[in-house]
Design a protein around this ligand. Structure first.
Ligand code: CAO
Length: 501
């Protein structure tokens, strides 16, 4: 804020510059190691000084914390080390969740149908004979075991897994887990400490039995009705807020249930409905729904355009969802490059700097433009004028200039630009992984950085790659039992039809 005040004092022609902050390349300067080190120091400091008072201990019921380990940050094991996950997930929502848990150090055992596996292994295939990117990018750091969960010997293996795991995660269609005989009552009886976490399309109610995919959730969770332009169709977004968004919610639910289990000693069910997850992410649109009662939504473009509001939150194009008006504006080259645009926010504290940058110093004092309230009915005019300026700069030039004055903005980065961004590579947000059948590919690494639990992104497992080691090392089956289970056909693809033909 203090910095912004400085820039607002700038004289009309050339606003006072402060040292350039190259935000796009900023992350390149601070390597992940540096970030981790400093976060680590801060954490270690607070850990040393954090001696909770006796009453505080009682209040939150955590009991005594162990003495801080002496090992350097990042070398004391991973956050979820010791937690074992029975991963019954498929497609995107569930795998997003269990991948995160695996990155935090949980041993994630993915149970897949023999011969087929997670259906995404074979969807959108780009390298013949190799697991698809759809699969590999959602199943890092996991182990794979193939089990026919409806075969009696498969049930035998699953029972042992239930005893040995802490969490069962699934996103089958409603009722599928029960049809396998794995009801909550059954699981809870076999292992009372087991947490059973599920993604479903809907929570209890009229649609609870429906199968749901990403875009259905975006439509039923309020995202589609509020995305797009007022006079156009409802739109779905490219961000997978229904699938990956719900997976994120579920991961938090699981970690929270694990934390509570430390106190209660028992597991519980965790349910995330995709509709609920999307609605949670659309919270501000429900806010606006209620604000409609108090009058028009003045920060929406349609207010300035004199178009009356209906009885539901309208689509607002690229208007900013907050109290600071923003738009996507053309930059130099927009005629040929579909991503030559910048998001520009006319944040009130930097209004004077904006006026100077775009060459409209008179707007700083003009009563029609000087205050946020006065500007609201004139947003189209204002953004058209700003766009005249942004069209003279590339999106990166505009970003560099605007950042000197703390004017919030962001270039529209293409997937190509993100894939090639050096700073994202350095922080481990974009990672190159090697895979035995498909070779090298790029993936998104763990977006959540912990200073004491460093993520190493390991390739996804081949179908059934770890079946033997899980049967023997995790479940302790003797060679005789392994042979019996394998010979029963419970772990392999059925071949009867081929023989008959
Ligand atoms: N052994 C034996 N059978 C197995 C098995 C295994 N290892 N793994 C799965 N199956 C069976 C299931 O038991 C089920 O059989 P029944 O219906 O006969 O009991 C069958 O495979 C199909 O499971 P499904 O209904 O979950 O899969 P689907 O392809 O028909 O539906 C989806 C997919 C995603 C629509 C559905 O699972 C769903 O609605 N899930 C909840 C919401 C969700 O997560 N959606 C997001 C998916 S990501 O876009």
């Amino acid at each position: 804020m203090a910095k912004s005040k400085k820039s607002t004092k700038a004289k009309s022609k050339a606003p006072a510059k402060k040292p350039v902050r190259k935000v796009v390349k900023l992350a390149a300067k601070s390597t992940s190691k540096n970030t981790i080190k400093s976060a680590g120091k801060a954490a270690s400091k607070s850990a040393k000084s954090a001696k909770p008072a006796k009453s505080a201990k009682k209040a939150n019921g955590n009991g005594a914390y162990p003495k801080p380990v002496a090992k350097p940050f990042g070398e004391a094991g991973k956050a979820l080390e010791g937690v074992r996950i029975l991963d019954f997930t498929h497609v995107q929502s569930g795998p997003t969740c269990t991948q995160l848990l695996a990155w935090f150090g949980a041993d994630v055992i993915k149970v897949e149908r023999p011969g087929v596996g997670d259906i995404t292994r074979g969807q959108l295939v780009d390298v013949k004979g190799a697991d698809s990117l759809y699969f590999t990018m959602l199943n890092h750091n996991k182990r794979s075991i193939t089990i026919d969960s409806k075969h009696p010997q498969g049930k035998r293996v699953l029972d042992e897994l239930i005893k040995k795991c802490d969490v069962l995660v699934e996103n089958f269609a409603p009722g599928a887990l029960d049809r396998m005989g794995l009801t909550w009552d059954y699981i809870h009886k076999v292992n009372p400490r087991m947490i059973v976490a599920s993604v479903k399309g809907f929570g209890p109610g009229p649609y609870e039995d429906c199968k749901v995919y990403e875009n259905v959730a975006q439509c039923t969770g309020g995202s589609a009705s509020t995305t797009g332009f007022r006079d156009g169709l409802p739109l779905v977004t490219g961000a997978q807020i229904g699938d990956s968004g719900t997976g994120l919610h579920l991961a938090l639910g699981i970690v929270t249930a694990l934390f509570q289990r430390n106190r209660t000693g028992r597991g519980q069910r965790v349910l995330c409905a995709m509709q609920d997850g999307v609605l949670n992410l659309c919270r501000v649109k429900l806010r606006d729904q209620q604000r409609l009662k108090a009058g028009p939504l003045t920060e929406y473009s349609q207010y300035g355009e004199g178009i009356p509001f209906g009885d539901a939150t309208p689509r607002a194009g690229n208007d900013s969802g907050g109290g600071q008006p923003g738009r996507i504006l053309k930059c130099k080259g927009w005629e040929d490059d579909p991503n030559a645009y910048i998001y520009f926010i006319t944040q009130a504290p930097v209004w004077q700097a904006i006026c100077d940058v775009i060459g409209e110093p008179g707007w700083k004092t003009d009563p029609d433009f000087a205050t946020p309230k006065a500007r609201l009915p004139r947003l189209n005019q204002i953004f058209e004028r700003i766009e005249e300026w942004t069209k003279t700069k590339t999106k990166f030039e505009a970003m560099d200039i605007l950042n000197q004055y703390d004017i919030p903005c962001g270039p529209i980065l293409s997937m190509k630009e993100l894939a090639e961004d050096e700073s994202l590579r350095k922080t481990g947000t974009v990672v190159e992984v090697d895979h035995p059948t498909r070779g090298k590919y790029l993936t998104v690494g763990n977006p959540i950085k912990l200073s004491d639990s460093i993520t190493e992104v390991k390739r996804s497992p081949l179908l059934g790659e770890h079946t033997d080691e899980i049967l023997t090392d995790v479940l302790g089956f003797k060679a005789k039992d392994v042979a019996e289970i394998k010979n029963s056909g419970a772990l392999s693809a059925p071949q009867k039809e081929e023989k008959a033909a």
